[in-house]
Design a protein around this ligand. Sequence first.
Ligand code: ZN
Length: 667
Amino acid sequence: MKSRWNDADAAALAGDPLELRVYTSRLLGAEPSLVLHGGGNTSVKIRQKNLFGREEHLLFVKGSGWDLKTIEGKGFAPVRMETLLELATLERLADSDMVRVQRSAMTDPGAPTPSVEAILHALIPHRFVDHTHTDAVVTITNTPRGPERIRELFGERVLYVPYVMPGFVLARHVYEMTRGLDWSRYDAMVLLHHGLFTFSDDAKESYERTIRYVSMAEEQVPTRAAIDLAGAVETATPEPDRAELVAIATLRREVGRALGAPAIARSTRTHEARAFSERRDLAEVASRGPLTPDHILHTKRVPMFLPRELDATSIASSVEGFARDYRAYFDRHATGRGLTMLDPAPRWAIWPGHGTLSFGPTAVRAGVVDDITRHTRAAIDLAERMGGWVALPERDLFDMEYWELEQAKLGKSVAPVLQGKVALVTGAAGGIGKASVTALRAAGAAVVALDVSPSITTTFTGEGVLGLVCDVTDRAAIERAVSRTIQAFGGLDVVVPNAGIFPSSQPIAALEDELWDRTIAVNLTSQMALLRACAPFLLLGHEPAIVVVASKNVPAPGPGAAAYSASKAGLTQLARVAALELGPKGVRVNVLHPHAVMDTALWTPELLESRAKHYGMTIDEYKRNNLLKVEVRSKDVADLVVAMAGPLFGKTTGAQVPVDGGSDRII
Ligand code: ZN
């Protein structure tokens, strides 16, 4: 592993220890094989004067909820050293009490909650302390001779700590181990099955000690090929066939049932994942436990093993089997401890020949599982070549999964209304489509955004949204988009057929064939093809709904708009038939009739001005030319799309709802 330290970057921060701490924390965070998703933590000890002129000795330690990759100065919690060191002298302390006392010892009540490893950071007298959950070091300690092997490799300047539960128990263990210790003889500490600490009074030296020890460990693992492969971008992965897509959507539905909420299922079909899924010793090596205990909070202890051939029955029995085993595991360890059982749904599955699947209540959570299991697969592979993969005893893993700090979080948050749902929106690069994608995401859904414009691939960023270029009049392109949706998120619950064109005004007597054909093709025929491609997956969805974006022109057409009005009327009739056909199977189909939504690219300032002038109105009067005298914006329509996709319209199908500020022609 190479040092990412840059003298010029660091020189600019040299006067400010906290800024230097931010800098080297981010260097660690940039390396996924060192820390993943909020793992690891860093600190710096600073003496500074308070408002009363008294000097305080503070530990600035990573706050929970911050990621080393993106941490800022305000992501570090300033905690009084005196309190932290005094806490270490207590023989016993509940972690929830530890957190409470640490919070009360902060000099800034607005700072985040200090890391649970804060006391440990305080015990190490050096100014800078860097803690990572490095793959290479942990992989070596997860082998049969792991503890001896790592000792032989790292030598005398490292302290070796057997695995104990993180939090107070670990801090107390290290306190006992290091009383009276001459810390100058050490520059690192290995926590078996957990990670690495390095330290120094100098930021660069502490950081580079991490890099040096990790590099030594990396040289020991038989080949870097597996780790390299784990991070490689795959190119030639075959497209899944229809049966495979249906199996994934069925799996997602069953996992959602066990979870008690819709789940996101992300399939990983890379060469590496497929090779892993074909291991002969799979059930044996993959059922021993996670790479580091904290991963259990994301991945659960073991994956779900699927048979090669999947059908509805084998899928249901696999998920039920996993849930049954999980309940038995809970019962083995929970007796008399007053614990609340977590959901018994798997977080990842191995499907022989097809790769792996990651599950989560949100796309972000499923993505975290995917990242962690990719590293786990590589580590298992390497450890097996070093004599065998040894994970922690089940009891230690259970204690981590049912840590009181984790139990305390249960039931504290309310999920957004569409959390875990998967939506697909067409015509998503602008106007109502774009606003709908934004509103659906804000409501918790994972969204696939289709548009014919290439800009769609960059319109939205972040996890849980996928922008795909798709000409909706190309049926093969629609099939591909649906396939990509199932691969990325596991299924489909909400479809918003919105793509449409508004052609120039032509009276019937002069209507051009090309204009008529094109309007019907985009506004009507493509939507039929979309519904046909989506219907089989909607039937496997969670409280599925179709929200069709039609037009006020359906109930109140205008002269010169024959093609547009007829296409949208056809679309409305298509939706009514869909409501009749799909209603008995649980799929709701409702229609929106927006009008005069003028905050879209279609309405240029020039067009607005000329239309307003045409009617003898100001622009503002023209925008509010309805009974309620309100302006109808894209967001207003999008909010109604979300409502119709969710439980508010849970008992409504076949409805047509205007969103037009009120029209005397319709009322
Ligand atoms: Zn740790």
